[in-house]
Design a protein around this ligand. Structure first.
Ligand SMILES: C[S@@+](CC[C@H](N)C(=O)[O-])C[C@H]1O[C@@H](n2cnc3c(N)ncnc32)[C@H](O)[C@@H]1O
Length: 340
């Protein structure tokens, strides 16, 4: 039995709007109606002015998600649908959507449609700006469902927890993390610069026989979630995390590595002078960058420049695309090997 508020059918729209605005709907169940009344499932602690009734309502948990675009047809005009962004990031139970300025007046309705149409989504947040600043974080506005910004998410045999506003995190990189862990050989010493909440270190430790993985992250919140994540995945003995600027921390570690990952696409090139000196002979470096497809050479030019300065010979292995940033502009990972 589920607690519902009961309204004559003629009042359905007004009541629904009111319940949505006050965040009182219980999204775990479907709305029900008979010939006279409509029943909206509400949160258990609801004690308001509307009449309530306990009724049998169907759980949404066992239902299959309806495509978001289909669900939006119920509340948006054709013109509005054209500008609506129907792709969204899904991190555990949190969905992160983008809503263009023109549709912001309907943002709560849009968010509630997503909750209704996808039983796996329990919270809807909206990106409020672009990834910015040294920490590459992004403001998020809470729109609907359970009020939280902490996601617990599974990928590559790991459970990762992160506050999506305080720490950079992208589930879209899970395939990229897999691409790299598949290359890691037994006994490798690995360095992950810019480790964030430690998704790369955890995925490497869980899926490979690397000897040890060091991670360095400047954002204290990211570092803190990283520490929790290595505990959660029981890989503390294979990972050491350090909080600070790679430029200061890495030289002090006094170690050499067989593999170095540099997942900071905007400015990773500027840290090649930190990475290359701590790379063993035959080490492989994975350096990320954002470039238009006509300008991938700019990334390899930087590698060439730094290797020459530091008297290291190298071989380019691959330029892998791992996401599209803008039309014909990609997040690329340049894999190169140091030969001496
Ligand atoms: C694009 S995010 C990647 C985070 C993580 N590797 C992931 O994939 O989720 C880049 C990270 O680099 C960190 N960062 C930026 N500059 C840094 C520096 N100089 N030293 C250490 N970390 C830095 C940021 O705080 C951010 O968490």
């Amino acid at each position: 039995m589920v607690k519902c508020v009961k309204a004559p059918l003629k009042d359905a729209q007004t009541m629904k709007k009111d319940l949505i605005e006050r965040d009182l709907l219980n999204h775990n169940y479907f709305t029900k109606k008979d010939s006279e009344y409509i029943y909206f499932p509400v949160k258990e602690d609801y004690e308001g002015e509307y009449k309530t009734a306990n009724i049998e309502a169907n759980s949404r948990k066992t239902t299959i998600a309806i495509p978001f675009k289909e669900a939006l047809k119920e509340i948006l005009s054709e013109k509005e649908l054209e500008i609506a962004k129907t792709a969204f990031d899904h991190l555990g139970e949190i969905a992160i959507i983008e809503i263009p300025e023109e549709l912001r007046v309907k943002e709560k309705e849009i968010a509630n449609k997503l909750l209704e149409s996808n039983p796996l989504v329990k919270t809807v947040l909206r990106k409020d700006d672009i990834h910015d600043g040294v920490f590459r974080t992004q403001k998020m506005k809470y729109l609907a469902g359970k009020e939280t910004k902490i996601a617990t998410y599974r990928e590559n045999n790991c459970t990762l927890k992160v506050n999506v506003e305080e720490v950079y995190f992208s589930a879209r990189l899970s395939t990229e993390r897999k691409r790299i862990y598949k290359m890691i050989k037994e006994g490798e010493e690995v360095l992950v610069m810019f480790s964030g909440a430690a998704p790369y270190p955890c995925v490497f430790a869980k899926n490979t026989n690397a000897k040890h993985i060091d991670g360095v992250e400047i954002n204290p919140a990211g570092h803190q979630f990283g520490l929790e994540n290595i505990k959660r995945n029981k890989v503390e003995n294979k990972i050491s995390l350090y909080c600070g600027d790679v430029r200061e921390i890495v030289p002090k570690l006094n170690k050499k590595y067989d593999r170095i990952v540099m997942p900071l696409p905007k400015t990773a090139e500027e840290f090649l002078d930190v990475a290359i000196p701590v790379a063993n002979k035959n080490a492989i470096i994975h350096m990320y960058a954002f470039y238009h497809e006509d300008e991938f050479h700019k990334a390899t030019d930087e590698i060439d420049k730094y290797c020459k300065q530091l008297n290291r010979e190298y071989k380019l292995l691959e330029i892998a695309k791992s996401g599209q940033h803008a039309p014909r502009t990609y997040r690329i990972c340049v894999d190169f090997q140091l030969l001496n």
